[in-house]
Design a protein around this ligand. Structure first.
Ligand code: NDP
Length: 433
């Protein structure tokens, strides 16, 4: 805390990981201490911060902050998304980059951990303003990234439009057509299934985890928070697997639609019109729109937080448990507070942490990197089958690691231990660096 003042989200992420790694560390204490392994693990290899000046539609110059944290490259080039949101500061990017190390390791693919972004808010900006910002952002970032060095992707506020503008600027400056970003459009090196990957992957893992616990997803009622990329495709796959998602939300309010969320309406509002959820009632007059928080107050069997960090708090966990919810699987990064996580686990609720449950996005990004290197494109079915295989594998590794370290059913321990083992071994093998 003294070394990293004013970064509560980073402290939270590190505390959760290190506490759950105690059984692993105890088994190797002497070696880890000699090599200062944990001290090196929590210190990013490189932090890049820069100015992003751009001109708005009124001709005024705006200035934002840009970040890229290259956290750990022990098992592959840095990989992790870019977040554009006014709440972004160094502590958020460090928490996300730290989590990314273990998530990427869990996928079984050769990708290190990194994350970046800006306090720029794309909401309410014209396409031209977003392009001006993205071009300025990449004009600095390009010198720090590359297909074999660091491959950013999207996150909150960064979708296909933003990736397209940044890819165009990178290509222009570098004069190189390479897979330097993932989440690209299909006409210029993107992968099928990348758009759907995080939401679909979340549901593949959830279904498998419920199965391993003697339960079934089909026929269950599901609460989803968020209305962005992860939430939309979580809802889509939940329907495909026979469940009924009844909620979604944004930062202003939330929807309860007892008949099930109208996916086509949601996609049109968020993906086509880029509008707010208040519009949902125009499509579904019988649905409820509530301002503010409250998405976890609905009676459901399964909860899938897919919006942002710390959105599911202790009171929400109590309400979910009281309503008979039996599983919480995280689509967002660290959406459940530490207290809420502990409450859920102590009350027998199946809890899958984001670094395992939402790893489908980065896994498919790594598949996009493979396709770019081969200069080939795989079919939707091929990528989807690989994604499903990866998620099932992550689920089993997480369950098995929890058992191996004497914490059966504690998937926070399982996911952290399974992700950590490979990174630790690689770091030790590569010497003090
Ligand atoms: P989007 O920008 O597409 O959507 C984010 C959604 O969350 C929006 O509905 C947004 O509402 C809501 N939201 C954002 N901030 C807040 C807040 N402070 N309070 C309440 N709601 C909020 O992002 P994604 O769907 O891509 O990302 C969602 C989460 O999933 C993030 O935690 C991200 O890190 C994580 N994730 C994403 C991956 C991906 O592939 N996209 C991969 C792995 C994890 P509003 O429009 O009002 O801001």
């Amino acid at each position: 805390v003294k070394k990293n003042p004013g970064e509560p989200e980073f402290h939270q992420a590190v505390r959760e990981v290190l506490e759950s790694l105690k059984p692993v560390v105890e088994a190797n204490e002497e070696k880890y201490r000699r090599e200062a392994l944990l001290e090196r693990l929590v210190e990013p290899e490189r932090v890049i911060m820069f100015r992003v000046p751009w001109v708005d539609d009124n001709g005024n110059v705006q200035v934002n902050k840009g970040y890229r944290v290259q956290f750990n490259s022990a098992i592959g080039p840095y990989k992790g998304g870019l977040r554009f949101h006014p709440s972004v500061y160094l502590g958020i990017i460090k928490f996300l980059g730290f989590e990314q190390i273990f998530k990427n390791s869990l996928t079984g693919l050769p990708i290190g951990g990194g994350k970046g972004g800006s306090d720029f808010d794309p909401k309410g900006k014209s396409d031209r303003e977003v392009m001006a910002f993205c071009q300025s952002f990449m004009t600095e970032l390009y010198r720090h990234i590359g297909a074999d060095t660091d491959v950013p992707a999207g996150d909150i506020g960064v979708g296909a439009r933003e990736i397209g503008y940044m890819f165009g600027q990178y290509k222009r400056i570098r004069n190189a057509y390479e897979g330097v970003l993932t989440g690209k459009g299909l006409t210029y090196g993107g992968s099928l299934v990348r758009t759907q990957a995080t939401g679909y992957g979340l549901l593949y893992l959830t279904e498998e985890l419920l199965k391993l616990n003697g339960k079934e997803l089909a026929g269950k009622t599901v609460a989803v928070s968020g209305a962005g990329n992860v939430a939309i495709y979580a809802i889509e796959k939940a329907y495909q697997l026979g469940a009924k998602p009844v909620t979604c939300s944004d930062s202003a309010g939330w929807i309860y639609d007892s008949e099930g969320i109208d996916l086509a309406a949601l996609k049109e509002i968020k993906e086509v019109k880029r509008a707010r959820l208040t519009e949902y009632k125009n499509y579904r007059p019988n649905a409820e729109y509530h301002e503010g928080r409250g998405v976890w107050s609905v009676k459901v069997d399964v909860a899938l937080p897919c919006a942002t960090q710390n959105e599911l708090q202790l009171e929400d966990a109590k309400q979910l448990a009281a309503n008979g919810c039996f599983a919480v699987c995280e689509g967002a990064n660290m959406p459940t507070t530490l207290e809420a996580t502990e409450y859920l686990q102590e009350n027998g609720i199946i809890f899958a942490p984001g670094k395992a449950a939402n790893a489908g996005g980065v896994a498919t990004s790594a598949l996009e990197m493979s396709q770019n290197s081969e200069r080939l494109s795989w079919s939707f079915e091929e990528v989807d089958a690989k994604l499903q295989g990866i998620m099932v594998n992550i689920c089993h590794n997480m369950v098995d690691a929890a058992k191996k370290y004497g914490h059966e059913g504690n998937y926070v321990v399982g996911a952290n231990a399974a992700g950590f083992e490979k990174v630790a071994e690689a770091m030790l093998a590569q010497g003090i660096c």
